[in-house]
Design a protein around this ligand. Structure first.
Ligand code: URA
Length: 225
C-alpha cells in the first residue's frame, strides 16, 4: 500500500512541477494520501461484536427491567430471518427469542415450512423485555434498531418475515396498518420482506391463522425458486 501511495504522490509532484492542470497536487491532498496507508483496518463486523456492543446497553429504560438480553439465535447465514417486536417474560428469563407460548406457535409454523429453528434466524427489534408499556415507545425502538440493522447486515438473508405491526412498521418506516401491508413482498434494502401477524396476535385471535398461513405459503413458494 505504502509503495503505491509513494508512486502516486511522486507522479502528482511531477505533474505539479510541469504545471499540468486537472490534478489536485496540493500539499493537503498529498498529506491525505499518506494517511490512507496509516488508517487502522476497519474492524470486521460479526454477530459476536454486535452482541458485545449490545451486551451492556443502557440506552433506554427497558434495560433496567431486563433479566437477560435477548439478542437472537439461529443460523448466522440463514436465508430467512424472523423479526418480532420484543421479548416476553419467558424470553427475558431465558435470554432466547420466541421460547414462550407465542414462540411455540412460531416453532410450529417453522416446522410446517419444512424448516427447523436452527436453519432460520430469530430475533426482535427490541432486545430487552418484557415491555413495561404496550406499544413500545418510539425512543426504545430507535435506541435498539441499530443493533437489528447490524444483525441484518451480517446475516444478509434473502428473506425477512416480520411478525406483527411494530416490526414491519419499524423496518419499512411506515405507519400503514399491518392489514394493508401483509400478504405481499416489500423491499428492504434488496431483501424480500414478507409481513405477517405475530404469533402473539394468533394466540389472541386464532381466526388470523388462515391469513398467516397464506403469507407463509407465499414465502415458501418464493424460497423454492
Ligand atoms: N413475541 C415477540 O415478538 N418476540 C418474542 O421473542 C416473543 C414473543
Amino acid at each position: 500500500m505504502k509503495s503505491i501511495i509513494d508512486d502516486i504522490q511522486e507522479s502528482l509532484r511531477f505533474y505539479k512541477q510541469r504545471g499540468c492542470p486537472g490534478f489536485d497536487c496540493s500539499e493537503d491532498a498529498l498529506a491525505k494520501m499518506t494517511a490512507w496507508g496509516q488508517s487502522p483496518p476497519s474492524p470486521i463486523e460479526t454477530l459476536d461484536r454486535i452482541l458485545a456492543d449490545a451486551g451492556d446497553c443502557r440506552a433506554c429504560a427497558m434495560s433496567q427491567s431486563r433479566r437477560n438480553l435477548v439478542f437472537g439465535e439461529g443460523d448466522p447465514c440463514a436465508r430467512l430471518m424472523f423479526v418480532g417486536k420484543a421479548p416476553g417474560p419467558e424470553e427475558d428469563a431465558r435470554g432466547k427469542p420466541f421460547v414462550g407460548p407465542a414462540g411455540e406457535l412460531l416453532t410450529k409454523i417453522i416446522t410446517a415450512m419444512q424448516l427447523t429453528r436452527r436453519e432460520v434466524y430469530l430475533c426482535n427489534i427490541i432486545k430487552c423485555g418484557p415491555s413495561l408499556h404496550s406499544p413500545c415507545r418510539t425512543s426504545e425502538l430507535n435506541a435498539c434498531y441499530p443493533f437489528l440493522r447490524r444483525q441484518i447486515n451480517v446475516i444478509n438473508p434473502e428473506f425477512i418475515c416480520t411478525l406483527g405491526s411494530v416490526a414491519v412498521q419499524t423496518l419499512l418506516r411506515t405507519k400503514a396498518p399491518l392489514a394493508h401491508l401483509r400478504g405481499r413482498f416489500h423491499d428492504f434494502h434488496g431483501i424480500r420482506l414478507m409481513p405477517t401477524y405475530a404469533p402473539d396476535d394468533l394466540l389472541q385471535n386464532p381466526d388470523k391463522k388462515r391469513d398467516v398461513w397464506e403469507d407463509i405459503q407465499k414465502l415458501m413458494r418464493a424460497m423454492e425458486r
